[in-house]
Design a protein around this ligand. Sequence first.
Ligand code: PLP
Length: 403
Amino acid sequence: MPSSIYLDHAATTPVAPEVLAAMLPYFQESWGNPSSIHQFGRTAQEGVAYGRQAVATLLGCTPKEIYFTGGGTEADNLAILGAAMAREDMGRHIITSAIEHHAVSHTLDALAKRGWEITALPVDGDGLIDPAQVGAAIRPDTALVTIMHANNEVGVIQPIAEIGALCRAAGVWFHTDAVQTVGHIPTRVDDLNVDMLSLSGHKLYGPKGVGALFIRRGVRIKPLLYGGGHERGLRSGTENVPGIVGLGKAVEIAGAEMDSEAPRLAQLRDMLLDGLLARIPDAIVTGHRTQRLPNSASVIAKYIEGEAMLLRLDFAGIAASSGSACTSGSLDPSHVLLAMGIPHGFAHGSVRFSLGRDTTEADIHYVLEQFPPIVELLRAMSPFRAGMECMSAAECAEAPHHH
Ligand code: PLP
């Protein structure tokens, strides 16, 4: 058996060796402050400029439109809160989707508490947003539309270019959380028609704790952090030079290999999904079958719990994750799966396999060999037997669980 198979790349990726090699000199020799005028500062400044140019090249924008942050969460917060503060005199309405990452949805919850009105658009059974609904939801007081590029749980890719065209026609700023897509599928900002786009280093073989926000020239948002005026006044704080260099290297590699890696992963993903559907009775694929990230395979095995499956998969050396984040022992299933109309009882049985650069065909065969018997065993022990699908949170809470 392979010692361990990592199929959780949507949670985080390993740092590529070339990325680490590019970062190390910025800890060891070139540790200057990019704001300093002397040669130590200049060398560090060159590292930051390299990272900015690399990110701009992948997104098809100018380096001046890239603002480095402390990760995807901070980029989302800066885009949303920064736009809200800049535009609140024009209106206090924001449009989003029901399936956003918490970095977006909880930020909007905070604005709602301060009196903003948030319209969260529904998705269909495949997890897709209908662009026409965005158009219909735009009002004269709409300050921002924020809709994710691809969902982190089910991998569904939204029609961002179409939504962006509608926003542009209406003169409304459009932000997309592209943390799951940058470096994996094309994300040129002019093709996507976006005004702001968030990305994160650690989802594309770069370091954790560094990300970026693209802000289109002419879109003027307010900063969240005040201080020395770094990042053209939008993100004060001495730059994370090694992180920015690492992010630059990571996007450079991802851009160069996307054309070969995306189809390779899509083929392995389909092999996994088809194989699981063939081997596991009462299994469903969550999310659209083709409008999805090349590396994302999410399934539900009905009548059992995701967590129990994950523990047994881990024991078999397979690292996967649950679409339904059972945070702090709560039984609440994923808001994404519920928004897709999946009943509570089924939404508990979800597992996400997210493939990556190191994933091989042998890994997929191993999962196809190990996972079906795990499902069979758990079903034999499960209180959620056929016909017992519970439809509401209350019924679900009453059913016996084995945590
Ligand atoms: N948005 C999406 C869609 C994500 O998947 C993640 C990752 O967890 C984030 C935002 C947050 O990014 P970070 O972990 O860099 O803060």
